[in-house]
Ligand binder design. Structure first.
Ligand SMILES: [Zn+2]
Ligand SMILES: [Zn+2]
Length: 234
């Protein structure tokens, strides 16, 4: 079946969208440079590029005090990236996910191994989104990364209900965020202490933070993330 699919829908280059040769490569060598690696210096918390060498945190991390402890996005979210994500998520061009995972393993392995996560946890999507796409784009990448990094995946820990979570103990602000993100942990007590979340694009950090808080509430002690891309708000 896989072979038939390959003949009918050969993998396409994530940058120029032309079909790839059948040699196992996932991007044309001449197109690779259209994905821009995030340059140093990076924000200590979210991993985005920061301009002034002397500052440790980007202005947003300075202001928002997110609960995750580290973040490693790989590429800038430029126009090539935006188009590749549409092809991957909406058109279901899964070989893009293989490309993203391969690049993340190559570019981020040394950072991630230092954090020693016991497990990779993909950011969940709602059931209706799953039915519409037929797959969770972050889960696909997490499994491919797992093979390369030798860190297991647990994709049953977090669910995204898209609904309000009624928890009396939460503050007004937390309740509002919870309602917005609708992220829940399926365990009361997690069997893991150090967790690395996997997502496609880092934007405001809101979803990743909601995931982090759900995991910390269930007993995790260190939560960070890896994403393929980081976008800028301004
Ligand atoms: Zn190409
Ligand atoms: Zn930051």
């Amino acid at each position: 079946m896989d072979n038939l699919l390959k003949i009918l829908y050969p993998p396409r280059c994530p940058a120029c969208r032309e079909p790839m040769e059948d040699d196992g490569s996932l991007i044309h060598p001449e197109c690779r440079g259209r994905f821009k690696l995030i340059e140093e210096p990076r924000c200590f918390k979210c991993g985005r590029h920061i301009s002034e060498e002397e500052k440790a945190l980007c202005p947003e991390c300075e202001e928002k005090k997110h609960s995750y402890q580290y973040g490693f996005p790989l590429f800038e979210y430029n126009e090539t990236a935006t188009n590749a994500m549409i092809d991957y998520k909406k058109n279901g061009w899964k070989s893009h996910g293989d490309f993203f995972a391969e690049e993340m393993a190559r570019g981020l392995a040394s950072y991630i191994k230092r954090q020693k996560p016991e497990v990779l946890v993909p950011v969940p999507i709602t059931k209706s989104r799953y039915n519409e796409r037929g797959f969770n784009q972050s889960e696909y990448i997490a499994y491919k990364l797992s093979e390369k990094l030798g860190i297991p995946v647990d994709s049953d820990i977090l669910v995204r209900t898209g609904k309000a979570v009624q928890q009396k103990a939460l503050s007004g602000k937390e309740r509002k965020e919870n309602r917005f993100y609708g992220i829940e942990c399926t365990y009361e007590k997690l069997p893991y202490r150090r967790i690395c979340l996997v997502d496609d694009v880092y934007t405001t950090g809101g979803t990743l933070n909601a995931c982090t808080e759900a995991l910390l509430a269930a007993g995790a002690v260190e939560v960070g993330f890896m994403t393929v891309f980081a976008a800028y708000l301004s």
